[in-house]
Ligand binder design. Structure first.
Ligand SMILES: [Zn+2]
Length: 323
């Protein structure tokens, strides 16, 4: 753990001073490993002469009686969970017998060892989950979705199909405090492996739904379909009785992705702004492959005008309601 004054990364990293009340002039101390602030009052005002407020982490820990250890426990916890999850357990989940469906185009897959390498690594996304949900629940979703970590505390969302073939992993960055996406830093495991010459350049990706493999683990659960991987995971924490799957993007609701789950009961939750697009896609797919995708109207009904403009999703609602 290393605590330092937060580096300047635009106005959002400078706060209102708790003493003089000046906006955007207060720098907080932050744990740079987890991106968690020590406390909103712990920092320094940049008006050294006129205000002079400086509340150090040491003073904070002493006066609040908070032992330094409990401040860092979420960080330790992340490592502990990683270590507790045995690699054999994951291998077992990946080796269950699968039906041998015939495919016209052979589907390329990624070796299991690359998934296992990411399992013991921390990520900002995981830190966010640990800050907001009970440890046991987080451990469950980590195992269910094989949530991995990559360089710079990015998260890896693995796409594994219902024949337990690893298609690829989507590497993304999140803010550990807010759980919001950081737009830069998106990458794919198959692209990284191509760069390292581990996969040949003509290796072709066929994506599947994020969470498709849950069909084998929990065949009795009905499918809830959302856009983002994050929403699927967060909803699985709130509503574990369903198989939450994600298309991985607005335009990824496709016939090929739905085909493997076409016999399931599917309820789709499009993000606000996207209801009509998904509705027409779902009708088309249902017609072509006989699936039974139903769209949920719940977000449309709950949403205010501002919500719609922001394009909120289901997880946004749950996180706010449960704050
Ligand atoms: Zn001040």
């Amino acid at each position: 753990m290393s605590i330092e004054l937060e580096k300047y990364k635009g106005q959002s990293t400078r706060f209102t001073c708790p003493k003089c009340g000046r906006k955007h002039s207060f720098t907080r101390y932050i744990d740079t490993e987890t991106n968690i602030y020590i406390d909103e009052k712990v920092g320094i005002c940049n008006r050294a002469i006129k205000c002079g407020y400086h509340y150090t982490p040491k003073q904070f820990f002493e006066s609040s009686g908070v032992h330094r250890f409990s401040q860092i426990s979420t960080n330790n916890l992340a490592y502990k969970i990683h270590n507790n999850i045995s690699k054999e357990k994951i291998s077992d989940n990946l080796c269950q017998s699968v039906d041998k469906r015939k495919e016209l185009i052979p589907i390329k897959q990624i070796d299991k060892k690359y998934l296992l390498q990411t399992i013991s690594k921390p990520s900002n996304f995981l830190t966010f989950l640990l800050n907001n949900f009970p440890k046991d629940d987080v451990e469950r979703v980590m195992l269910d979705y094989f949530i991995g970590g990559a360089k710079d505390n990015r998260v890896v969302f693995w796409q594994i199909d219902s024949m337990l073939r690893i298609r690829t992993g989507k590497i993304m960055q999140y803010n550990a405090l807010t759980g919001r996406r950081v737009k830069s830093g998106v990458s794919w495991v198959h692209s990284e492996l191509k760069k390292q010459n581990i996969l040949s350049n003509d290796w072709q990706l066929t994506q599947c739904l994020f969470g498709e493999h849950l069909l084998i683990k929990y065949p009795e659960k009905s499918v809830m379909l959302v856009e983002s991987e994050k929403t699927a995971i967060i909803m699985s924490l709130y509503q574990p009785n369903f198989n939450w799957m994600a298309t991985g993007g607005l335009n990824n609701l496709t016939e090929n992705k739905i085909y493997p789950i076409r016999k399931q009961q599917i309820t789709a939750f499009p993000d606000l702004k996207c209801f009509e697009l998904w509705q027409s896609k779902a009708e088309e797919i249902n017609h072509r492959i006989g699936s039974k995708i139903e769209l949920s109207h719940i977000l449309e009904e709950l949403a205010t005008k501002e919500d719609k403009e922001m394009g909120l999703d289901l997880a946004d609602y749950y996180l706010v309601v449960n704050d």
